[in-house]
Design a binder for this molecule. Structure first.
Ligand code: FVH
Length: 297
């Protein structure tokens, strides 16, 4: 069913026209998903040739940024960084009036809040996915900003993947983005350190990986339990005390030194626990380390 413009305007988005600005690896995937879902899709890229494949599949190449902005009620921008967004859209921000600008460029919460001044219809977003999974439920996208603008285009934005809206603060999606990336980097650093340690004993990473994955399944169970403790502000040691953790952290430091692999990371893990214990958390759960991360220990 193709919706007429006013229907699209009233209901927001059955197959509303969408503009995608930025056709890098991610922008190409975004435009492809909108095209595949039947949205009339207008595209613009600094290097025009990157639009060729999309135009061959039915996208309309906008001759200028101004034309790209005025072509659709929903404009999605996905460039390298906030500076690129400012450089590209800044001169034409007056054309954003009455439109929804969804910025899927990685950036900080402050950058998102600054850009939100450009239009009442500003929605910031973060993509927790690689281009290949865009358009599938495997992709999850975080949004925050103008609630009415998001709701108006929720269906269209849902074409990209699993869309979650975090509320009116335009900076919140970016904060979730970096917090989740921090979970990724911390987890991968831990795996890579373990692989280096076992590698020193001639254990291949592919042999270690299934055990790491099995253990990660258990560790993720701690996350929900510790989240409840954090929100209650009480850290009962229902699984192990911080003192017990510290004793085995020292083993990791000693084994790393003996194997000649990085000791900075395990030493940092040990130092965090020692700071929490020094602040009186010896007999509490691992969740009490949040007091260190909050700067209270
Ligand atoms: N690729 C991924 O898996 C990650 C997943 C998580 C989110 N990121 C963020 O998405 C933004 C774009 O990333 P990308 O992978 O598409 O990046 P590139 O392929 O390098 O494309 C960059 C596009 O930005 C255009 N661009 C850069 N600087 C400017 C500028 N000053 N003025 C205008 N456009 C600019 C570039 O144009 P061109 O080089 O093709 O002419 C590309 O369209 C990014 O924030 C990731 O962190 C992706």
């Amino acid at each position: 069913m193709t919706s007429t413009p006013n229907t699209a305007a009233r209901t927001g988005s059955a197959h509303e026209p969408v503009t995608v600005i930025g056709l890098g690896l991610m922008g190409q995937a975004l435009a492809t998903a909108f095209l595949a879902a039947g949205h009339p899709t207008t595209v613009w890229n600094r290097t025009p040739g990157k639009a060729d494949g999309l135009v061959a599949r039915g996208a309309v190449r906008a001759p200028s940024v101004a034309d790209a902005l005025t072509a659709s009620p929903l404009v999605v921008v996905c460039l390298s960084d906030a500076a690129a967004v400012r450089d590209t859209l800044g001169p034409y921000r007056d054309r954003l009036a009455g439109r929804t600008l969804v910025n899927l460029t990685s950036g900080t919460s402050d950058e998102a809040r600054d850009l939100s001044a450009w239009t009442a219809g500003y929605v910031d977003g973060a993509i927790m996915a690689i281009p290949e999974v865009i358009g599938t439920p495997e992709a999850f996208l975080l949004f925050s900003g103008a609630p009415e603008a998001f709701e108006k285009h929720r269906e269209s934005l849902g074409r990209l993947g699993n869309a979650t809206f975090f509320g009116a603060d335009p900076g919140l999606a970016a904060l979730y983005d970096v917090a989740l990336l921090g979970v990724m980097w911390g987890t991968l650093n831990a795996f890579l350190h373990g692989a280096a340690l076992l590698g020193a004993a001639k254990v291949d990473a592919t042999v270690f990986a299934p055990f790491a994955n099995q253990w990660l399944a258990s560790v993720t169970g701690f996350v929900s339990a510790y989240a409840e403790q954090i929100d209650r502000g009480a850290y009962p040691a229902e699984d192990a005390t911080l003192e017990t953790h510290l004793a085995t952290m020292k083993h990791l430091v000693r084994e790393s030194a003996a194997a000649g692999v990085d000791t900075d990371w395990p030493a940092r893990v040990q130092a965090l626990a020692e700071r929490a214990i020094a602040a009186g958390h010896a007999g509490t759960s691992y969740a009490s380390l949040i007091e260190v991360f909050r700067g209270r220990a």
